[in-house]
Ligand binder design. Sequence first.
Ligand code: NYM
Ligand code: MG
Length: 243
Amino acid sequence: MGWSALASPTAAPSGLGLFATRRRAFQGVRMADAGSKSGRGALVVLEGLDRSGKSSQCARLLSYLEGQGCRAEGWRFPDRGTCVGQMISAYLANESQLDDRTIHLLFSANRWEKRALMESKLLGGTTLIVDRYSYSGVAFSAAKGLDIQWCKAPDVGLIAPDLVIYLDVQPEKAAERGGYGGERYEKIEFQKRVADHYHSLRDSTWKVVDGSLPMETVEEHLRELATNCIQECQEKPLTNLTW
Ligand code: NYM
Ligand code: MG
Protein backbone atom coordinates (compact mmCIF):
# COMPACT_ATOMS: atom_id res chain seq x y z
CA MET A 1 0.00 0.00 0.00
CA GLY A 2 1.42 3.30 -1.10
CA TRP A 3 5.02 2.16 -1.59
CA SER A 4 6.85 4.63 -3.72
CA ALA A 5 7.94 2.51 -6.62
CA LEU A 6 11.37 3.26 -7.99
CA ALA A 7 10.41 1.96 -11.38
CA SER A 8 7.30 3.35 -12.97
CA PRO A 9 6.60 3.80 -16.68
CA THR A 10 7.20 7.54 -16.41
CA ALA A 11 10.37 7.15 -14.39
CA ALA A 12 11.90 4.58 -16.71
CA PRO A 13 15.55 5.30 -17.53
CA SER A 14 16.09 7.08 -20.77
CA GLY A 15 17.38 4.09 -22.67
CA LEU A 16 20.87 3.85 -24.06
CA GLY A 17 22.24 7.12 -22.68
CA LEU A 18 21.84 6.13 -19.05
CA PHE A 19 22.81 2.58 -19.73
CA ALA A 20 26.03 3.60 -21.43
CA THR A 21 26.89 5.65 -18.34
CA ARG A 22 26.26 2.65 -16.13
CA ARG A 23 28.32 0.46 -18.37
CA ARG A 24 31.24 2.84 -17.98
CA ALA A 25 30.67 2.87 -14.24
CA PHE A 26 30.72 -0.88 -14.26
CA GLN A 27 34.03 -1.00 -16.08
CA GLY A 28 35.27 1.10 -13.16
CA VAL A 29 34.16 -1.67 -10.84
CA ARG A 30 36.14 -4.23 -12.75
CA MET A 31 39.27 -2.16 -12.87
CA ALA A 32 39.11 -1.38 -9.18
CA ASP A 33 38.45 -5.03 -8.47
CA ALA A 34 41.44 -6.12 -10.46
CA GLY A 35 43.71 -3.55 -8.88
CA SER A 36 42.81 -3.97 -5.24
CA LYS A 37 42.90 -7.11 -3.17
CA SER A 38 40.54 -5.61 -0.60
CA GLY A 39 37.61 -5.08 -2.98
CA ARG A 40 34.84 -7.26 -1.63
CA GLY A 41 31.74 -8.54 -3.33
CA ALA A 42 28.27 -7.17 -2.66
CA LEU A 43 25.40 -8.97 -0.98
CA VAL A 44 22.37 -8.16 -3.12
CA VAL A 45 19.03 -9.59 -1.97
CA LEU A 46 15.82 -9.80 -3.97
CA GLU A 47 12.59 -10.08 -2.04
CA GLY A 48 8.95 -10.29 -3.02
CA LEU A 49 5.84 -12.44 -3.04
CA ASP A 50 5.70 -15.82 -4.72
CA ARG A 51 5.46 -15.30 -8.50
CA SER A 52 6.79 -11.76 -8.27
CA GLY A 53 9.50 -12.57 -10.82
CA LYS A 54 12.46 -12.77 -8.42
CA SER A 55 13.96 -15.99 -9.72
CA SER A 56 13.85 -14.93 -13.37
CA GLN A 57 15.28 -11.52 -12.55
CA CYS A 58 18.03 -13.03 -10.39
CA ALA A 59 19.06 -15.26 -13.29
CA ARG A 60 19.02 -12.36 -15.75
CA LEU A 61 20.99 -10.12 -13.42
CA LEU A 62 23.54 -12.82 -12.76
CA SER A 63 24.20 -13.50 -16.42
CA TYR A 64 24.49 -9.78 -17.07
CA LEU A 65 27.06 -9.35 -14.29
CA GLU A 66 29.02 -12.38 -15.42
CA GLY A 67 28.99 -11.03 -18.97
CA GLN A 68 30.53 -7.84 -17.63
CA GLY A 69 33.39 -9.79 -16.13
CA CYS A 70 32.11 -9.46 -12.57
CA ARG A 71 32.68 -12.40 -10.25
CA ALA A 72 29.14 -13.22 -9.10
CA GLU A 73 27.07 -16.19 -7.94
CA GLY A 74 23.34 -16.75 -7.68
CA TRP A 75 22.13 -18.07 -4.31
CA ARG A 76 18.65 -18.73 -3.00
CA PHE A 77 16.94 -19.38 0.29
CA PRO A 78 15.69 -21.80 1.23
CA ASP A 79 18.74 -23.66 0.02
CA ARG A 80 17.07 -27.04 -0.49
CA GLY A 81 20.36 -28.84 -1.03
CA THR A 82 21.29 -29.19 2.65
CA CYS A 83 19.78 -31.57 5.24
CA VAL A 84 17.91 -28.67 6.82
CA GLY A 85 16.86 -27.53 3.34
CA GLN A 86 15.39 -30.95 2.62
CA MET A 87 13.27 -30.75 5.75
CA ILE A 88 12.06 -27.32 4.65
CA SER A 89 11.34 -28.58 1.14
CA ALA A 90 9.26 -31.50 2.47
CA TYR A 91 7.32 -29.09 4.68
CA LEU A 92 6.63 -26.72 1.77
CA ALA A 93 5.46 -29.65 -0.36
CA ASN A 94 3.02 -30.64 2.45
CA GLU A 95 4.85 -33.92 2.87
CA SER A 96 5.53 -33.19 6.51
CA GLN A 97 3.89 -31.17 9.28
CA LEU A 98 5.90 -28.94 11.56
CA ASP A 99 5.07 -26.50 14.30
CA ASP A 100 5.13 -22.88 13.01
CA ARG A 101 8.02 -21.86 15.26
CA THR A 102 9.99 -24.98 14.38
CA ILE A 103 9.83 -24.33 10.65
CA HIS A 104 10.68 -20.68 11.24
CA LEU A 105 13.85 -21.69 13.06
CA LEU A 106 14.72 -24.18 10.33
CA PHE A 107 14.53 -21.43 7.70
CA SER A 108 16.85 -19.35 9.88
CA ALA A 109 19.19 -22.31 10.47
CA ASN A 110 19.32 -22.77 6.71
CA ARG A 111 20.73 -19.25 6.42
CA TRP A 112 23.10 -19.76 9.35
CA GLU A 113 24.57 -22.91 7.82
CA LYS A 114 25.57 -20.83 4.78
CA ARG A 115 26.86 -17.81 6.70
CA ALA A 116 30.54 -18.76 6.81
CA LEU A 117 30.64 -19.57 3.09
CA MET A 118 28.77 -16.36 2.36
CA GLU A 119 31.33 -14.34 4.29
CA SER A 120 34.30 -15.96 2.61
CA LYS A 121 32.79 -15.50 -0.87
CA LEU A 122 32.05 -11.82 -0.22
CA LEU A 123 35.46 -11.13 1.29
CA GLY A 124 37.08 -12.98 -1.61
CA GLY A 125 35.46 -10.52 -4.03
CA THR A 126 32.45 -12.52 -5.23
CA THR A 127 29.13 -10.71 -5.45
CA LEU A 128 26.12 -12.77 -4.34
CA ILE A 129 22.71 -12.27 -5.91
CA VAL A 130 20.38 -13.87 -3.40
CA ASP A 131 16.79 -14.89 -4.09
CA ARG A 132 15.09 -14.37 -0.65
CA TYR A 133 16.74 -13.83 2.71
CA SER A 134 15.75 -12.99 6.30
CA TYR A 135 12.93 -10.68 5.19
CA SER A 136 11.10 -13.66 3.66
CA GLY A 137 11.66 -15.45 6.95
CA VAL A 138 9.92 -12.73 8.93
CA ALA A 139 7.21 -11.78 6.42
CA PHE A 140 6.00 -15.35 5.86
CA SER A 141 6.12 -16.44 9.50
CA ALA A 142 4.55 -13.20 10.77
CA ALA A 143 1.75 -13.73 8.21
CA LYS A 144 0.86 -16.84 10.25
CA GLY A 145 0.49 -14.66 13.34
CA LEU A 146 3.88 -15.15 14.97
CA ASP A 147 5.31 -12.19 16.86
CA ILE A 148 7.51 -10.08 14.60
CA GLN A 149 10.27 -9.49 17.15
CA TRP A 150 10.37 -13.19 17.90
CA CYS A 151 10.66 -13.89 14.16
CA LYS A 152 13.54 -11.43 13.72
CA ALA A 153 15.63 -12.63 16.66
CA PRO A 154 17.24 -15.80 15.23
CA ASP A 155 18.59 -13.92 12.19
CA VAL A 156 20.48 -11.31 14.24
CA GLY A 157 24.16 -11.75 13.36
CA LEU A 158 23.71 -12.99 9.82
CA ILE A 159 25.45 -10.83 7.23
CA ALA A 160 23.53 -7.65 6.47
CA PRO A 161 22.70 -7.17 2.79
CA ASP A 162 24.27 -4.25 0.95
CA LEU A 163 21.13 -3.89 -1.10
CA VAL A 164 17.56 -5.16 -0.72
CA ILE A 165 15.43 -4.93 -3.83
CA TYR A 166 11.71 -5.55 -3.40
CA LEU A 167 9.88 -6.61 -6.53
CA ASP A 168 6.50 -5.07 -5.96
CA VAL A 169 3.64 -7.01 -7.54
CA GLN A 170 0.08 -6.93 -6.26
CA PRO A 171 -0.95 -10.32 -4.85
CA GLU A 172 -3.80 -10.54 -7.37
CA LYS A 173 -1.42 -9.94 -10.26
CA ALA A 174 1.11 -12.44 -8.94
CA ALA A 175 -1.63 -15.08 -8.72
CA GLU A 176 -2.50 -14.54 -12.39
CA ARG A 177 1.06 -15.36 -13.47
CA GLY A 178 0.71 -18.95 -14.48
CA GLY A 179 -0.83 -19.87 -11.14
CA TYR A 180 0.93 -21.00 -8.02
CA GLY A 181 2.85 -24.23 -7.86
CA GLY A 182 0.84 -25.86 -5.10
CA GLU A 183 3.37 -25.32 -2.32
CA ARG A 184 2.33 -24.23 1.14
CA TYR A 185 1.77 -20.44 1.37
CA GLU A 186 0.80 -20.13 -2.31
CA LYS A 187 -2.70 -18.79 -1.58
CA ILE A 188 -3.81 -15.29 -2.37
CA GLU A 189 -5.18 -14.43 1.09
CA PHE A 190 -1.96 -15.55 2.72
CA GLN A 191 0.15 -13.66 0.18
CA LYS A 192 -1.79 -10.48 0.98
CA ARG A 193 -0.76 -10.78 4.62
CA VAL A 194 2.82 -11.47 3.57
CA ALA A 195 2.73 -8.28 1.46
CA ASP A 196 1.54 -6.28 4.50
CA HIS A 197 4.43 -7.62 6.57
CA TYR A 198 6.98 -6.87 3.86
CA HIS A 199 5.55 -3.38 3.86
CA SER A 200 6.18 -2.90 7.57
CA LEU A 201 9.68 -4.43 7.35
CA ARG A 202 10.79 -2.09 4.63
CA ASP A 203 13.11 0.80 5.54
CA SER A 204 14.39 3.74 3.52
CA THR A 205 17.35 1.76 2.18
CA TRP A 206 15.17 -0.72 0.29
CA LYS A 207 14.75 -0.20 -3.42
CA VAL A 208 11.25 -0.96 -4.56
CA VAL A 209 10.90 -1.88 -8.22
CA ASP A 210 7.52 -2.17 -9.87
CA GLY A 211 7.52 -5.84 -10.80
CA SER A 212 4.49 -5.47 -13.05
CA LEU A 213 6.53 -3.54 -15.63
CA PRO A 214 7.85 -5.40 -18.69
CA MET A 215 10.60 -7.87 -17.79
CA GLU A 216 13.22 -5.93 -19.74
CA THR A 217 12.41 -2.70 -17.90
CA VAL A 218 12.64 -4.40 -14.52
CA GLU A 219 15.90 -5.99 -15.63
CA GLU A 220 17.38 -2.65 -16.59
CA HIS A 221 16.54 -1.15 -13.19
CA LEU A 222 18.08 -4.10 -11.42
CA ARG A 223 21.27 -3.82 -13.46
CA GLU A 224 21.60 -0.20 -12.52
CA LEU A 225 20.91 -0.77 -8.83
CA ALA A 226 23.26 -3.74 -8.57
CA THR A 227 26.04 -2.03 -10.50
CA ASN A 228 25.93 1.01 -8.24
CA CYS A 229 25.87 -1.16 -5.16
CA ILE A 230 28.83 -3.30 -6.25
CA GLN A 231 30.82 -0.18 -6.90
CA GLU A 232 29.90 1.52 -3.64
CA CYS A 233 30.51 -1.31 -1.23
CA GLN A 234 33.87 -2.52 -2.47
CA GLU A 235 35.81 -0.88 0.34
CA LYS A 236 33.09 -1.04 3.00
CA PRO A 237 33.36 -3.63 5.76
CA LEU A 238 30.76 -6.33 6.02
CA THR A 239 28.22 -5.73 8.76
CA ASN A 240 25.83 -7.96 10.65
CA LEU A 241 22.07 -7.87 10.47
CA THR A 242 20.66 -6.08 13.51
CA TRP A 243 17.18 -5.15 12.19
N1 NYM B 1 9.99 -18.84 2.86
C1 NYM B 1 11.24 -18.61 2.40
C2 NYM B 1 9.69 -18.73 4.22
O1 NYM B 1 8.58 -18.96 4.64
N2 NYM B 1 10.70 -18.39 5.09
C3 NYM B 1 11.98 -18.14 4.66
O2 NYM B 1 12.85 -17.82 5.48
C4 NYM B 1 12.26 -18.25 3.25
C5 NYM B 1 13.65 -18.00 2.77
O3 NYM B 1 9.40 -20.47 1.32
N3 NYM B 1 6.76 -19.34 -0.39
C6 NYM B 1 8.95 -19.28 1.94
C7 NYM B 1 8.64 -18.36 0.81
C8 NYM B 1 8.21 -19.26 -0.32
C9 NYM B 1 8.78 -20.61 0.04
O4 NYM B 1 10.56 -20.18 -1.50
C10 NYM B 1 9.78 -21.17 -0.93
P1 NYM B 1 10.83 -20.23 -3.09
O5 NYM B 1 11.53 -18.91 -3.36
O6 NYM B 1 9.52 -20.34 -3.77
O7 NYM B 1 11.71 -21.44 -3.31
MG1 MG C 1 7.74 -20.11 -4.55
